[in-house]
Structure formats: structure tokens, C-alpha cells
Ligand binder design. Structure first.
Ligand code: ATP
Ligand code: MG
Ligand code: MG
Length: 370
């Protein structure tokens, strides 16, 4: 349900804030958590802003584990940033603790709240307005990977179990086709055949990981532009935010998901598939930024597999849309009839386009794999 004033006031009273609260308002355009901006007046020292969030416990059913991840990663980043002479107040999220000295507060309704220092002088943008925005997000997510390269990824909790277990998602898809609870399977045979013909794409990373050929990394898993803070003065990406989906995973998947939605020439639900393709200039730009940001921390093999990351993430996403369509649209919110089918089709069109441009993609990556 909605956040009531009473519930919010209870939360606010339980964090360790300085000064007098002079303003509070809903903030940002996030879709998952309820985010507020609080402003405090600290006598003689001006204004202090903080971000307060009620966490989404429908999506994240283990908030304690999630906050353990956030605390682990942000304190590690803070240390690294200080070592590198950076500004730890602006280049990572900083948790503000509760009066009981805990990293989150559980209110009397059982909801979870957390607080971050507000990152001043920077903005998170919802829309890519110019190619440099996309490049900046690539550098920032690459930096995130670089700084966390030696973090013990296997100690992180999986906040959404099997999030990019493409192999397992393939099995779920096959069950959905078999069950065909909505009687829709016959009408989407072409799309079903597309998935079945790509079983190798579903398996490739799982098999390599099992064979010990790929390192487990700290991955972000929501690598979109508005999860980056861009400095208002310099225009540079300074901080990765929104760490709810930080999990052990594969670098190629973070990279690939960014390409999937950021390098597409069409909207995710475009009906006119002739408008949907993977833009090679944007692919090049993102690859350049990401690999630069990673600063030599990725293996040659991980870099070589980046086009595959783009293909796997796009295929997986299309398969999930199709699964949801077959199961009756209960996971992804739909705003029109066949919306999930339309979304599935754009993703498969992108996969086909990547297959057609495979040599070009490899060539682009090779330039940066030195
Ligand atoms: P999403 O829909 O991307 O999952 P979310 O609901 O998980 O979003 P966040 O991304 O954590 O929410 O925060 C929402 C918005 O609040 C951000 O896009 C950003 O504009 C702002 N924001 C979050 N944390 C900070 C911070 N520490 N400093 C400044 N602004 C912030
Ligand atoms: Mg966000
Ligand atoms: Mg989020």
C-alpha cells in the first residue's frame, strides 16, 4: 500500500539525523521503492539532504540479505575510493544508520526503511539525450566493476534467485508452452520455435561457469542510465546507485543488458519491427566506455564474450516476455492487448539483428581487447 505520513514519521524518527527537518517530499522516478528527499537545517552549517526509501518487499523478499549486500559493497567501495584519492561522499552510496546503529529500520507494520546521504551536484537522467550519456553510464558501470574486482562475489546473496540463470529460465519457458494455460501457444508457434532453436544461447554461460572458465563477479543487474549520477559541472558519471539487485553474476550480463535496451533503435514494445535494430555506433561507444572503466580487471575471455552477453541478455528477456504471455501476463505489467508478445518480438528481432552483425560486433570488441 501507500506510505502514510504516520508510517513515514515513525521511520524518520528512528534514523540518526542531525538538525531540524524542514522539508520532506517524494523524490525521483524509481519504480520499485518509495523514495523521499528529506532536508535538514543544521544550525550554522546550512542544509543537509538525505534520501529515505521504503524498500519493496514484494519484489525483494529478503530485505536483510539485500541490505547485507548493500552494506558490504558500499563500505568496500568507500575504502577503495579513499585509497584512490576519490571523494567517498559522492562516488558511492553511503548508508545512514538508525538510532539503534543498524543499516535499516523495520517499522511497526513490518516494512523496511533505509537512508542514504544525498549526492549533491549530480543528476540521474531518465532518458538518453545524447550518445555521451550512454558512454558515461558505460564508464561508471565499468568503474564499479573495476573497484569491486577483488570483492568476494560469492559472499553476496542472490536477492532474486536465479535472476540470470538463462538455462533454468529456458526450462520454465518449456513448461509454460506445455501447460499453455491461456491457449495461446498455437498462435505464437513462430516465436516458440525461435526459442527452441536457440537452446545453445540459453546454455552457453551456465556451461562455461560450471566448467570454471568464467569468474564470478559483483554485478549490478539494473544497469540503466538513471541508476547513474552524472556530475552537473563536468558531465561525467560519478556514482552507481540503486544497488538492490547487486548479486554474484557475470560481467558480460551487466554489459549485455545495457546493450539490449540502450543500443536498440526502437522502443522495447515497438510494433513496427523494421524500426528495431542494434545500433553498432552505440554498441561501440558502450563497449569502449565499459572496457575503459573496467581498467584491465576483466579477463580477455570476458571481453571477447561481450557480444555474446548482449545476445544472451536479449534472448533471455524475449523468452521471459513470451513466457509471461503464455502464462497470462502476471509478471510484467501490460498496458494493451498482446503487449508482452510485442515486447518479445522486439527482443527476438534484436537477437536476429545481432546475429546478422556478429562479425562487426566481434570486430568492435577486438579493438578494445588489448
Ligand atoms: P528503479 O525503478 O530504477 O529500480 P528504485 O525505485 O529502486 O528505482 P532508486 O533508483 O534507488 O529507486 O532511487 C530513485 C531515484 O532517487 C534515483 O533515480 C535518483 O534520482 C534518486 N536517488 C537515489 N539515491 C540517491 C542519492 N543517494 N543521492 C541523490 N539522489 C538519489
Ligand atoms: Mg533506480
Ligand atoms: Mg531499483
Amino acid at each position: 500500500g501507500m506510505v502514510s505520513n504516520r508510517q513515514k514519521d515513525e521511520a524518520i524518527a528512528n534514523f540518526r539525523f542531525e538538525g531540524v527537518l524542514i522539508d520532506e517530499r517524494p523524490y525521483g522516478s524509481g519504480h520499485i521503492n518509495d523514495t523521499f528527499l528529506l532536508t535538514f537545517d543544521i544550525s550554522g552549517m546550512g542544509l543537509l539532504r538525505v534520501i529515505l526509501q521504503r524498500m519493496n518487499k514484494e519484489i525483494f523478499t529478503q530485505p536483510e540479505e539485500l541490505m547485507e549486500n548493500v552494506l558490504g559493497v558500499t563500505s568496500y567501495l568507500r575504502k577503495k575510493i579513499i585509497e584512490n584519492g576519490g571523494d567517498p561522499e559522492r562516488e558511492t552510496l553511503n548508508i545512514i544508520r538508525t538510532v539503534a546503529n543498524r543499516p535499516y529500520y523495520v517499522d511497526s507494520q513490518g516494512d523496511y526503511w533505509r537512508c542514504y546521504k544525498f549526492i549533491d551536484g549530480a543528476t540521474s537522467y531518465d532518458q538518453v539525450e545524447k550518445p555521451d550519456d550512454f558512454y558515461q553510464s558505460a564508464v561508471s558501470f565499468g568503474n564499479f566493476q573495476r573497484l569491486l574486482a577483488d570483492y568476494p562475489a560469492e559472499t553476496l546473496h542472490e536477492t532474486i534467485k536465479g535472476f540470470h540463470d538463462t538455462k533454468a529460465r529456458f526450462e520454465v519457458f518449456k513448461k509454460a508452452v506445455e501447460a499453455d494455460v491461456c491457449g495461446r501457444a498455437a498462435s505464437v508457434q513462430k516465436e516458440i520455435d525461435f526459442v527452441l532453436a536457440h537452446e545453445d544461447v540459453a546454455n552457453v554461460f551456465g556451461d562455461m561457469l560450471a566448467a570454471g572458465e568464467l569468474p564470478l563477479r559483483v554485478t549490478h543487474n539494473d544497469t540503466k542510465l538513471n541508476n547513474i549520477m552524472i556530475d552537473d559541472k563536468t558531465g561525467k558519471g560519478i556514482c552507481v546507485i540503486d544497488l538492490d539487485t547487486v548479486m554474484p553474476g557475470l560481467a558480460m550480463n551487466d554489459f549485455g543488458d545495457s546493450i539490449r535496451f540502450g543500443a536498440s533503435t526502437g522502443a522495447e514494445d515497438e510494433i513496427d519491427l523494421s524500426k528495431v535494430s542494434c545500433d553498432m555506433e552505440l554498441f561501440d561507444l558502450y563497449a569502449k566506455g565499459y572496457i575503459e572503466g573496467c581498467g584491465g580487471k576483466l579477463t580477455k575471455k570476458e571481453i571477447e564474450l561481450m557480444p555474446m552477453g548482449a545476445k544472451v541478455m536479449t534472448f533471455e528477456c524475449g523468452m521471459r516476455f513470451l513466457t509471461d504471455y503464455l502464462e497470462g501476463d502476471h509478471y510484467f505489467k501490460i498496458h494493451r492487448e498482446h503487449h508482452n508478445l510485442d515486447r518479445c518480438r522486439t527482443q527476438f528481432k534484436l537477437v536476429e539483428d545481432m546475429e546478422a552483425k556478429w562479425d562487426i560486433m566481434q570486430e568492435i570488441i577486438r579493438k578494445y581487447n588489448v
